[in-house]
Design a binder for this molecule. Structure first.
Ligand SMILES: [Zn+2]
Length: 501
């Protein structure tokens, strides 16, 4: 069913953290009250919905006129493909992305690096001759990683590589020493609850529940009296790499420190315990949560020639997690969006509608920038034909995820036929709602499109120290640019906005 199956974390979150959200493979988004969503907790907005490969048999009613209108863009798409794959823009996205991420490194919410990178993105938009380039303030939370160590004291002494999960409380200065109890599921932990008081819980699940341990495992273990929790990294593959994201505490339960372990160490601890050995760990974490910091969304327009008050949004998020250099997540989003404008200008292509670049802050901590944007711009949502975001890297231009009406999905499918052969971007997955920053706009009725840059390895790199340019290939970035520019341009230039029903 495609690579969205690599995102069980969001699906589970959706069902567990917000029972109001219908999680299934259905493909028609319900249009919900945007006010209600703005009031949701940030955690509840970090979610992804199931989907399915789109079946074109649903498109028999697509009119010959719209098919022919799209077919007329074949020449334009050819020029875009030629310029990106073998022409003037060949390799440019890779170079510009490398310059960006090497210059600032990780851009975690609350850091100076993030704020400087936002200013830089604004400069790039100005250099791309975009109009109305401006910043809009948005508050983001701050959590700073400190020194972190986990020392295996018995059955032998060894240092284990860990990363605190986002917003984890620190340990006391002297650290925490505890005997380890290993569980593979919440159900198993419930059955062992009498033996967890004063212990360090190690979660080691290889099933779909595993990522959830990294999100709510601390509170679940604390409820049973545990003093700390360590969770197997939420990745399917590891060369001793730790994967860490934000975790969420239940405010009604005492907060205990929580960190992610490598797959290798989690498995080793399990083997030791199965042999009947006593496993003890000393854990020290000095991370700090401090007050909120004012940050900024940065926005710029490539004005439409006929309908400048109608929009197609090209989004990305400026912040990253604090590991690697945030190349896949999400340096690619802003750089690709700016590159689309540079490319269209180079080819003298000005669409009917305005293409708006919007780069949101505080995504990793809980969509803080995107929530603020929708709050301030909610009255404009009807003027959007679509919102597009690249936030699944570009290890390969696999295709698109789309959330919108059947007719609009058919139009997207027709557009993809113009470039799929040259880019291998053949997969169109229809989802009930798109993840990440454009999630809220999509729930407000705006058709949502996410560039699927996953080749099955996205979570090998995502939120690890390996999220760097070394994972990237220039030719794949060129294909992603061709897909993104063609899709955005045609949607912005069609006679009609994408139909919402
Ligand atoms: Zn991201």
């Amino acid at each position: 069913m495609g690579s969205y199956l690599n995102f069980p974390i969001f699906i589970i979150l959706a069902s567990l953290l917000n029972p109001n959200i219908h999680v299934s493979g259905d493909s028609q988004p319900e249009i919900l009250n945007i006010e209600q969503y703005l009031q949701d907790s940030p955690s509840a907005n970090t979610r992804f919905f199931g989907g399915r490969n789109f079946n074109t048999s649903e498109c028999t009613s697509l009119s010959p006129e719209i098919r022919s209108e799209i077919e007329d863009y074949r020449e334009v798409v050819y020029r875009i493909l030629e310029t990106t794959l073998t022409g003037h823009f060949q390799g440019k996205t890779y170079d510009d992305l490398a310059t960006f991420v090497d210059k600032f490194g990780p851009r975690v919410s609350g850091s100076d690096a993030l704020e400087e990178s936002i200013t830089y993105l604004g400069q790039l938009m100005t250099e791309a001759d975009m109009e109305d380039v401006h910043e809009e303030e948005a508050v983001t939370p701050m959590w700073l990683r400190g020194n972190e160590s986990a020392i295996l004291l018995s059955p032998r002494k060894e240092s284990l590589d860990i990363r605190g999960l986002g917003f984890s409380v620190p340990t006391p200065d002297e650290g925490i020493t505890g005997e380890v109890v290993l569980v593979r599921s919440f159900k198993e932990m419930q059955a062992m609850k009498e033996s967890l008081a004063g212990k360090i819980v190690v979660y080691n699940s290889k099933t779909g529940e595993g990522p959830l341990h990294c999100i709510i495992g601390a509170s679940m273990a604390a409820k049973m009296g545990a003093i700390a929790a360590l969770a197997r990294s939420a990745t399917s593959y590891s060369l001793y790499s730790v994967h860490a994201s934000v975790q969420f505490y239940d405010e009604k339960i005492p907060k205990i420190p929580v960190a992610a372990l490598t797959l290798e160490d989690a498995d080793m601890i399990e083997r030791m315990l199965l042999r009947g050995e006593n496993v003890t760990i000393h854990l020290t974490m000095t991370n700090t949560a401090s007050s909120e910091r004012m940050s900024r969304n940065v926005i710029g327009d490539y004005k439409g020639r006929e309908l400048p008050e109608e929009y197609v949004m090209l989004a990305g998020h400026s912040d990253s997690w604090d590991m690697g250099e945030g190349a896949l997540d999400d340096g690619i989003g802003p750089i690709l969006a700016i590159e689309v404008i540079n490319l269209l200008r180079f080819l003298n292509l000005t669409p009917r509608r305005t293409i708006r670049n919007a780069f949101f802050t505080g995504e990793e901590a809980g969509l803080y920038g995107a929530r603020r944007y929708v709050s301030d711009h909610r009255s404009e949502l009807d003027s959007y034909s679509a919102a597009l975001e690249a936030d699944f890297g570009c290890l390969r231009a696999s295709g698109l995820l789309f959330s919108g009406s059947t007719k609009a999905t058919c139009i997207i499918h027709e557009i993809m036929q113009l470039y799929s052969q040259m880019t291998n971007a053949t997969s169109l997955i229809r989802v009930g709602g798109v993840p990440t920053d454009i999630y809220l706009m999509n729930r407000g009725g705006v058709p949502g499109i996410v560039l699927n840059g996953d080749d099955g390895r996205y979570f090998w790199y995502h939120h690890t120290d390996a999220d760097t340019m070394t994972a990237m290939q220039p030719a794949n970035l060129d294909r992603c640019l061709a897909v993104w520019a063609s899709t955005a341009y045609i949607i912005a230039d069609l006679n009609e906005k994408l139909p919402r029903d």
